[in-house]
Design a protein around this ligand. Structure first.
Ligand SMILES: [Zn+2]
Ligand SMILES: [Zn+2]
Length: 127
């Protein structure tokens, strides 16, 4: 069981199963939405993501096609990415909102073709 919340704390949730996989998404839409080099998501079964508080603050943005991105309308925290048309039983949760430590064994990098040009230098400096 994992707990999570948005920046202002209005929205809280729990995840009632182990995430199926995790990914860093480097697509330009995730960059824009998160204001960051990439977004990191944990993919879980839709039924296992349960909101405890703040559901009325959760706003939905249809970013492309049938993709829905949900965020807190007060503080702007990104919470969900989903594609109910293509994968109705799955939801990706923005891992930065987890309050319970979760360390996936492996994180897949997606859309590296649009990787932020300033990201490689950050990684280089860590070596
Ligand atoms: Zn919030
Ligand atoms: Zn993305």
């Amino acid at each position: 069981m994992y707990h999570g919340s948005c920046l202002c704390g209005a929205i809280t949730y729990e995840v009632r199963s182990e995430p199926l996989r995790a990914s860093h998404c480097h697509c330009t839409m995730c960059q824009k939405q998160h204001g960051a080099a990439f977004a990191t998501y944990a993919n879980v079964a839709r039924d296992d993501l349960v909101y405890l508080t703040g559901l009325d603050k959760l706003k939905t943005y249809n970013s492309s096609g049938t993709v829905l991105r949900r965020f807190c309308s007060d503080c702007g925290s990104s919470l969900e990415w989903s594609d109910p048309h293509r994968a109705p039983d799955r939801v990706a949760i923005a891992m930065g909102t987890f309050d319970t430590p979760y360390r996936p064994e492996h994180i897949t990098d997606l859309h590296l073709d649009t990787r932020a040009c300033w990201l490689p230098s950050l990684l280089d400096e860590m070596e």
